[in-house]
Structures are given as structure tokens and as C-alpha cells.
Ligand binder design. Sequence first.
Ligand code: PEP
Ligand code: MN
Length: 338
Amino acid sequence: MVIVMKPGAREEDLREVIARVEALGYQAHVIRGTTRSVVAAVGDERGKARLQALEALAGVQSVVPILQPFKLASRETRAARTVVRVGSLEIGGDRLHVMAGPCSVESEEQLLTVARAVREAGATILRGGAFKPRTSPYAFQGLAEDGLKLLAAAREATGLKVVTEVLNPRDLDVVARYTDILQVGARNVQNFALLKEVGEIGKPVLLKRGMSTTIQEYLMSAEYILSAGNTNVILCERGIRTFETATRFTLDLNAVPVLQKLTHLPIIVDPSHGTGHWEYVPALAKAAVAVGADGLMIEVHPKPEEALSDGIQSLKPARFAHLMSDLQTVAKAVGRYL
Ligand code: PEP
Ligand code: MN
């Protein structure tokens, strides 16, 4: 249920509502809007009638049910779009943000070369995996903490923010120490233990859609993070499994407007994993901006032919720079900028 406060309700009226909601055994999530606040009461729906009675309290305008199962992620509880702040960057605002860098952090030289090139081209966030989820246990698994240190050094050298994946709750402290955004990968989208833990720290989370998760399941995963108290969730469409084998995945661009209708959370698109081939990345990156994405994640490698992971889908720095310049035109056409 959502308890909608009257515009101009007093702070003490709001406190009274929160206390009553909690006394009834619900979690109270306060969402402060520009004209009014709402309190989302999250918990067992069976006590609905008792929550309904809170309509009698001073400062309360109405008590209405939330119909979607993803209550905090739903636009029913928050009509205004969420802007996730990463230092001075705002993800979900008019400016689009591009997260670019190698699939895996491989060496200081590789990372610094890419970091400088993508910053020069206009990216604001450096991506790079230090803990890699690989299909084969014999494939390169990442440099672990050494990789995180290289990411921190690249941030120092370039001023870019950093996004990197956390694979399991055991590594959360160390990854959080070095990164600006915690990435939860496609294979972990329903790792509920991990979602709860990243929800307990305030750091922004980039939650990738699983390759076989429906949009509803995906938003329920976001709900795990939100309900644990972390409101800084960025969604990322990265391609789903279909019958098609000509591309690695099928980038589901439908998901962007559908998610925008259902949730207030910002949404970025990853055309690198979404197509699995560098040749298709520019076209899908442009399409993602045209369809309304708040940003992009793109793999870039100075020597894709020597990459330890995902070389085939990585752009060379010069192609990336070219794409960034093309994206300006598309962004402008949809009222955004880079
Ligand atoms: C990645 O970003 O390198 C990655 C492993 O992505 P995904 O989880 O989408 O496969
Ligand atoms: Mn990759």
C-alpha cells in the first residue's frame, strides 16, 4: 500500500504515519517528492485493511494499493524518474553517460591506454572486470584485487568513474572499496543473497538483466536491492537468449520503453554483449540512444585480437571515438546530449 500525504503535510504528520506503518509490522519507505511525500508500506498484504485506516490521520490524503509486485521499483510509488548520482555525474538526467573499457582488466598498460582513449572520446565511466564470470573454469578469471587496484589507478590518472563486477558476497567489501559503481552481472541477476548484500550498502549498483529473465523477474531483482535500502539502482539491458544464433544474444530494445513505463529507475544498454560482435555495436548503440536509453556500456580494447575475454565484441579506440561523435547527433534528435 502507498500512503499519499497531502501537499504541505507537516513533518510530524509524516513521522506519525511512519511509526504507525512500522507498528503494524510493515517496512516504511519514504519517497519525498517536490510537492508531497508518499510512504510505501511494504510487507504482508493481508494487513491491508488496517493500513487503509491510516487515511483518518492528519496529513494523509489517501491510502492506495500498489498493484505491481515490484513495489519500490514501480512508477506507482514514484512517478518522477530516479537520477542516480555517481560523484558529480547524474545517471538518468538529460546527459547520457557512456561506460566504456575492456571486458577484463588485463594489465596497467592495457587499462591506462583504454581509459585515456575513452575519456578523450567523451566517456565518463571506465568499465573493466577484475572478477570475471566465465563459462569455462579454464578461461581467464580476472586479476581480482590487483585488477581493482589498476582500476583505481586509472581513475586517479583520468578522473573517470569506475564500474566493475562483484561476483559474490564474499568479495563485496573489497570491490566496494575500489569502485564507484558495483556491477551485478547477467548471471547473478537472481543471486538473491548478493542482491540483498549490495542493497545494504549505499553505493550505486548497475544491475544487468539476465539472459533469460523476464522484465517482471528483472524488476523483482531490482526490488531486492531497493527493499534492502539502496535506492541507487541503474538497470542495464544486455541481450537475451532467443532462437537466433547469428548474434551472441538478441538485444531487447523493447525493454527500454517497457521498463520506462513500469519503473522510475534509469536504464542503460550494453550493445557489446547484446550483439557479441564489434561490427554490430555502433548500429545498436545508436538505436539504444534513439529508443530512450539513459546511457550505454561499451567494450573497448586497444588490441581486441589479443584480448583475454570478449575481443570479438570490443571496439578499437578509434572506432569508439567515431561512434561517440555519431551518437551526438542521435542524442540531439531525442532531446539528450553526451
Ligand atoms: C561484462 O560486463 O563483461 C559481463 C560479463 O556482462 P554480462 O553479465 O552482461 O554478461
Ligand atoms: Mn565482456
